[in-house]
Design a protein around this ligand. Sequence first.
Ligand code: ACO
Length: 402
Amino acid sequence: DGASSLDLSTLTRQTGFTGLDYGFVNTASTRSAITYIDGGQGILRYRGYPIEELAEHSTFLEVAWLLIYGELPTADQLGEFDEKIRRHTLLHEDLKRFFSALPHTAHPMAVLSSAVAALSTYYEDSSDPHDPDHVELTTVRLLAKLPVIAAYAHKKSIGQAFLYPDNSLDFVSNFLRLNFGNMAEPYVVDPTLAKALDRLLILHEDHEQNASTSTVRLVGSTGANLYSSISAGIQALSGPLHGGANEAVLQMLAKIRDSGEGVGRFVERVKRKEDGVKLMGFGHRVYKNYDPRAKIVKQSADAVLEALGVNDPLLDIAKELEQFALEDEYFKERRLYPNVDFYTGVIYKAMGFPTRMFTVLFAIGRLPGWIAHWREMNLDPQTKIGRPQQLYTGEPERHYPR
Ligand code: ACO
């Protein structure tokens, strides 16, 4: 479309040309109208709206609507959407028993992905997964049920009973209660905590063709249903180079604290690439400037910890580490800056979530983006099954010895 892009599929058809592009650094797999990123300038917009404005003024569900339907909802549309999501929070009782078949040591991301795959066994029978009404219902079901599944994965890991959702509560408050409430006493939602979590979820809602979204699109391009595609996206998100980085950051900060090694020496080891050690939460394929989401998270980290009455030395280590890295030639040359995962873990920890739940929170945040991309792909007449090429490097033809 622009002077800097080339339709490679036409070129391939006409000339047989195959480009080699490890990690898809160059190749666009689709056109998309959902999210705009300028990595050099550190700009992120959902449907044209700057992330800073949405984080300041909007809510998770409003942004979900924006991503999925393309415009901000009217008050009536948002109210109806919210209401529908509240009505679909219950899980089938049999699905609740599914959790007891899994070990309590299971990683919550594995539980989340398995349970979402299992959801399709309840809802994808004879209906066409691409029928518009069915897609609407699946959208609502996923948004309503993923937080409940996530909270049950948490409860299972700590051996506590699952609570039924309380649909008088808003999306985030309901989720907090399901995680931190118990059968014995009423749970009072802390509005500071709810607001802070809602904002973090907004920051994660979409990020164009990242690894998990591309996975959702690739799986969906085969005609697979939305549950299967999202389940695969959750697995892709779990890796430490992607969403799993928020968990890895906290482990790294705790290691620096416990080893007494000091931030300076740790950074030296990173620069020497000793044992492949990386500064987790730093660097990004697209951002060669400060990740705008990280800027917002960093700004709110102090405020949230103070409001929650938490004083965490890991936040001080994180800040010292960032300062060290930003002044160092190694990081400057490679244009490595904190990404969204660098400070989120410290906040999630202050909220009371165990480290293994951090990437699950990311998945809840990213769900609207995944859904929006799956739907956009299925409405695009140019969509084809995703099928990368390869350059074969193996043996030439040879014959089986007789
Ligand atoms: N710490 C130290 N060095 C790094 C880091 C890091 N976090 N990230 C990149 N580098 C170095 C690489 O070693 C490489 O150095 P070299 O030129 O000497 O070989 C150079 O910077 C370029 O890095 P690439 O690996 O080519 O960058 P790529 O775009 O492929 O990777 C990635 C991006 C995966 C995010 C990488 O920066 C990384 O591993 N970061 C840590 C994990 C992380 O925080 N992931 C979350 C990403 S955000 C998200 O998914 C939500």
